[in-house]
Ligand binder design. Structure first.
Ligand SMILES: [Zn+2]
Ligand SMILES: [Zn+2]
Ligand SMILES: [Zn+2]
Ligand SMILES: [Zn+2]
Length: 167
């Protein structure tokens, strides 16, 4: 891990490698995936207002998402609360989501399968990125949308996923 990095989502400040061990006084949540950070991560060394997992900082800025095939989505910092169009859970200012501003479409990074690819493949970041993109195209939300549009693939994969998540 580099001692300090910059992130387009928190411009003007450098992020410093930080060990999240509880001495912050409250649980620190990653701005990109909104999961609690325990152990190594990056924190803004200037305002303390941005925390992120190392893996999450390598998320691509722009992605093609099958759940919104008309436009690429751009990873964006929220300035107001917005609903995720996949899970319907709101995120708040200071967090990051993938957005299509023109269509008012928002989706969490964690709802795209990109982050699951990162976790499953751990440190192999190059591999994880490619797997993540493949997973994104086949993402749960995308499958559900494609299913609705086409009238169903009849794929056992869709049924298995839906059963597993009790959707
Ligand atoms: Zn994260
Ligand atoms: Zn800052
Ligand atoms: Zn979501
Ligand atoms: Zn759009």
């Amino acid at each position: 891990m580099a001692a300090s990095v910059t992130c387009k989502l928190h411009p003007g400040h450098s992020l410093k490698r930080h060990h999240y061990g509880g001495e912050e006084g409250h649980a620190c949540v990653c701005a990109l995936c909104e999961r609690i950070i325990a152990g190594a991560g990056y924190r803004c060394g200037e305002c303390g207002g941005f925390d992120a997992h190392e893996a999450c900082l390598s998320l691509p800025m722009r992605v093609a998402f099958v759940g919104h095939p008309a436009h690429e989505l751009t990873l964006s910092l929220l300035t107001a609360s917005r609903w995720c169009d996949a899970c319907r859970v709101a995120s708040h200012a200071g967090r990051c989501v993938y957005r299509c501003v023109a269509c008012d479409f928002d989706v969490h990074a964690r709802c795209t399968s990109l982050l699951d690819g990162e976790q499953q493949h751990g440190r192999k970041r190059g591999v994880a990125r490619r797997v993540g993109m493949a997973a994104l195209r086949m993402g749960l939300f995308g499958l559900r949308v494609a299913d609705a549009v086409t009238g169903g693939f009849g794929s056992p994969v869709i049924e298995v996923i839906e059963t597993a998540l009790n959707l």
